[in-house]
Design a binder for this molecule. Structure first.
Ligand SMILES: Cc1cc2nc3c(=O)[nH]c(=O)nc-3n(C[C@H](O)[C@H](O)[C@H](O)COP(=O)(O)OP(=O)(O)OC[C@H]3O[C@@H](n4cnc5c(N)ncnc54)[C@H](O)[C@@H]3O)c2cc1C
Length: 354
């Protein structure tokens, strides 16, 4: 079938990839390239941040985790030791150990079931203050570049333009997949269940080298006056129930993403200096090394929040002028990367069932 996928974020690209691998003729149409999407801002750790709890979502979580673990295995085999160097043809995904700090009583451990189902009982164990586990860290935005290359290799074509109406696509497609993130509902006549969840982050350099000069750089120096430097971080930490706001430290390869906020209903895309300061203060308590890491930048992304994840065929009577089947794949909130491959597999099932 000829399939048009609207969206070049992690959901659109994952769907396009799997549809092309399934033998379909796939075109992605998007008005923002992968590097300019909310997906690019994501840290990203495989972890269901406030994800809907249902058997369908559990299945999607498990399938995504299995696929990312597989990609991490490929990267590790290619690199020998699974080290940090990433090249274009190796998936920028690594299994990394970290701690999920817990404050709620009882803590929300719903994320443990899919982890144990895919990675086994040994993948999770209690530690002081929470649970230690080893999960895929997906190095955005490098991963999106790799995913786009993988799409091209699978035969996917790309068109960079805004889709104003689905009806205009009917001549060139046998089915359409709407993976438009926060704007996913707009092309489907509106969706009142969609709401932005604003996330602000600070991006830090991941480590820096020792400086033998005596305090010349103005950084805090060691006993002998020299700055001892900071080795690259690999361990991650999350403290999502922190009373002052969700807090996480997620090291990529060259950078560390620290966050965050989850402002439901906020459309403000400007980073706030005051919020950044508060994020850095909370992060420094969680991982003290972050206090000395140079700041590379600030970012804000609007997560595509929805009361429930929407991955389904849209009722054709709701879209009488479109003329071809339409599949909705949006509303992934704070877990779009975490749910991406499972969403793609579900979309392939829906297309194959048409
Ligand atoms: C600060 C922050 C941290 C996060 N951390 C994590 C994390 O650690 N793990 C995790 O799993 N998730 C994380 N997320 C959530 C994740 O980033 C999102 O759930 C995910 O990016 C949503 O992907 P998407 O492809 O649906 O949407 P997007 O990435 O927003 O992509 C939407 C695409 O649709 C296109 N589009 C929309 N409408 C049209 C139209 N009419 N015509 C043409 N193109 C259109 C856009 O151009 C774009 O290409 C984080 C989010 C934020 C903000």
């Amino acid at each position: 079938m000829r399939i048009t996928v609207i969206g070049a974020g992690v959901i659109g690209l994952s769907c396009a990839h799997d549809l092309a691998e399934d033998g379909h003729e796939v075109t992605v149409v998007a008005d923002h390239g992968p590097g300019d999407t909310v997906s690019a801002l994501s840290a990203a750790l495989w972890f269901p941040f406030a994800a809907e709890k249902s058997p369908t979502v559990d299945r999607i979580l498990e399938r995504s985790l299995a696929r990312f673990a597989e990609l991490a295995g490929q990267a590790s085999d290619a690199e020998g030791a699974g080290a940090d160097q990433v090249t274009d043809d190796i998936p920028p995904v690594e299994m990394r150990t970290g701690t999920v700090f817990e404050r709620a009583t009882p803590p929300d451990r719903s994320w443990v079931d899919p982890v144990v189902a895919v990675l086994g009982q040994d993948a999770v164990h209690p530690v002081d203050g929470g649970m230690e586990t080893t999960l895929p860290m997906i190095m955005m935005p490098t991963y999106l570049a790799w995913l786009m290359d993988s799409c091209r290799i699978a035969g996917v074509r790309f068109r960079w333009e805004k889709v104003e109406s689905l009806a205009a696509l009917a001549d060139t497609a046998d089915a359409v997949v709407v993976a438009g993130g926060l704007r996913g509902g707009e092309l489907l006549g509106g969706d009142e269940e969609v709401t932005p969840i604003r996330g602000q982050v600070v991006v830090l350099a991941n480590g820096y080298e020792a400086d033998d000069e005596d305090g010349a750089d103005g950084e805090e120096d060691g006993e002998d006056g020299a700055d001892p430097g900071v080795a690259p971080l690999t361990r991650w930490a999350t403290d999502n129930d922190h009373p002052d706001g969700e807090t996480y430290v997620l090291p990529r390869v060259d950078s560390v993403v620290v966050g965050g906020t989850a402002d439901v209903g906020s459309w403000d895309e400007e980073p706030s200096a005051e919020t950044a300061e508060a994020i850095l203060a909370r992060a420094a308590v969680l991982v003290p090394e972050t206090a000395t890491l140079p700041i590379l930048g600030h970012g804000v992304g609007l997560r595509p929040g929805r009361t429930t994840l929407r991955v389904e065929q849209v009722d054709p009577t709701d879209l009488p002028s479109v003329g071809v089947p339409v599949i909705a794949a949006y509303g992934h909130g704070g877990s779009g990367v975490t749910l991406s491959w499972g969403t793609a597999e579900r979309v392939v099932e829906l297309v194959d069932g048409l």
